[in-house]
Design a protein around this ligand. Structure first.
Ligand code: SAM
Length: 261
């Protein structure tokens, strides 16, 4: 199965801060961790692209091979990448391939990191067993794949990104919509997502439907009126967030939900 990429034109912009700080500010100075430069063209290439502050070693997930670990803290909203690999329309072994999608959500091509001599360190990031282990999400920007931290990652933590429902199932991992809701209600994660999706609400508007049918919509305490909606889509699920009440694009009825919902 392929790793499932999301459609997103959003640029997440954050200011670096240490993990114990709250209220991360978003500004023009996004905390970006670029791949390390290397001239290597042999199998050591992928390892040589590992940026400072990270290590590649046996995963904490049994029988998952190698994984990537933080050796220092990285703030929420840190962007790693882009994912390296062969740009192709055909992939023999899908284990290391992300789909890159066009605006209409059709597959544009794959970026296949199977071969260590033309990929990079992001190929070593494993898939979380639960939503609570997950600490990265995938972001497609200008046909490139990046990994972004949901929350502050402390030294010693393994970086983990959800590969999508099909690949997840291949690994024996299943998820329910309630799992996502629980996870995205955590304050740090909500902050990253809300600030990410705020950048370009309209393209995602049409995709806002799944969670309406799965969760009861309630008025935030003490709130009434017309609210905007912001939707986050990652290819496997949607999270729609309301800052007030407005028409549900799925049911054509006016619904309300809190920003937290
Ligand atoms: C993109 S690679 C990740 C890097 C890989 N661990 C390595 O050492 O090259 C994906 C493969 O890692 C392993 N893997 C990743 N997440 C896993 C998990 N949660 N449980 C078991 N195996 C996992 C599977 O073999 C999967 O096909």
């Amino acid at each position: 199965m392929f790793l499932t990429a999301q459609i997103s034109k959003y640029v997440l912009i954050v200011v670096y801060e240490e993990c114990d700080g709250r209220g991360l500010a978003f500004s023009k100075d996004m905390f970006i961790v670029n791949n390390a430069e290397t001239n290597l063209t042999d199998d050591n290439r992928s390892l040589a692209t590992l940026p400072a502050g990270l290590s590649i070693r046996p995963s904490e997930i049994p029988e998952a091979g190698y994984g990537v670990f933080a050796e220092r803290s990285f703030p929420k909203g840190t962007r790693f990448g882009p994912y390296g690999g062969k740009i192709t329309e055909n992939v023999d072994d899908c284990s290391y391939a992300w789909t890159v999608v066009s605006g209409d959500r059709t597959v544009k091509h794959y970026v296949d990191g199977y071969f260590k001599n033309n990929s990079n360190w992001l190929r070593y990031v494993n898939c979380p067993r639960t939503v609570h282990e997950e600490n990265l999400y995938v972001l497609q920007l200008n046909n490139e794949i990046f990994y972004v931290t949901y929350e502050c990652i402390t030294a010693g933590t393994e970086l983990l990104i959800w590969y999508g429902p099909d690949y997840g199932e291949d690994l024996g991992l299943q998820r329910k919509p309630e799992d996502y809701q629980e996870r995205f209600n955590e304050e740090d994660i909500r902050y990253v997502i809300e600030n990410t999706i705020m950048e370009n609400v309209h393209q995602l508007y049409a995709h806002c439907y799944k969670f309406f049918n799965q969760t009861p919509l309630i008025n935030p305490p003490g709130k009434e009126g017309t609210f905007d909606r912001y939707c986050f889509y990652d290819g496997s699920y949607q999270v729609c967030r309301y800052s007030d009440c407005s028409e549900n694009p799925c049911t054509n009825q006016t619904d309300c939900r809190s920003c937290e919902g």
